[in-house]
Design a protein around this ligand. Sequence first.
Ligand SMILES: O=c1ccn([C@@H]2O[C@H](COP(=O)(O)O)[C@@H](O)[C@H]2O)c(=O)[nH]1
Length: 280
Amino acid sequence: MNYTERLKDALRESGTCLCVGLDPDLGRIPKSVSGAYDTRPEQVVAFLKTVIDCTKDNCAAYKPNLGFFEALGATGLEVFREVIDYIPEGKIVIADVKRGDISSTAEHYAKAYFETFDVDAITINPMMGFESLQPFLDYPGKGVYTLTLTSNPGARDFLMKPFEGHETMAAYIAQNLAEMQQNHSTHLGMVIGATNTENLSDVLHEHPKGNLLIPGIGAQGGSIADLAKVLSDHKGLPLINSSRSIIYAGEGTEDWQQAIGKQSRTMKQALTSITSSYVS
Ligand SMILES: O=c1ccn([C@@H]2O[C@H](COP(=O)(O)O)[C@@H](O)[C@H]2O)c(=O)[nH]1
């Protein structure tokens, strides 16, 4: 099965395009978890397993961000392994690594995430040029989401500036991804921010079948209504990510597990109008 078919199944089975971001911040782990385990890696594993238990009925995908795992030190990758192994079958797992380098190094990033960890998809950074994406592109069944129009204010520094005859550099990236897709078996999707919807039409027009990873709702304040408008004609499948607003929903309370479950249900509900355009 190719990546898009597996993604479609995950959306259909869960009835949502919600992706839960796994960004474990040690300072925000509930006291009942940090008090019960001696080591930081054990605390993170226990917290994230509970997050997964509380959210699995309300999402199609999980997106662990490797920065949070690397911050744990030498055992960070073991924690990452244990957490992704716990994610139920049928969910899409996206390693948010934002890699990109010369080919000999990029080949090893591709090997690490598509072979050693065997995740469904990763995020990549195109800053070193399209040739640096090459090592990721011949993995049938896998997906890459290339940073195209990111959700942060710094997207204005390069990605929203006119470039090579396009209104934005983001649209130029999207056009190149669509062209590269014609000759490669890895699905070439895009990361686009829910906070920058006013600049998204051109980007989506250039890569009309690209699957989308969309951070920026929740803690970053992106509007689901604006997103729904801009996505209305897009043919690629969206995964809409929220991390902090879900996994720390119960911060400071005793019934934090219920709060996480409730917030993921609320997000799933809020995304219904978008999900229903893709899942019948
Ligand atoms: O443009 C981008 C690309 C990636 N991210 C990542 O998504 C999550 C968002 O977390 P929230 O807590 O929902 O704000 C995080 O891992 C970012 O590194 C992004 O926000 N924007």
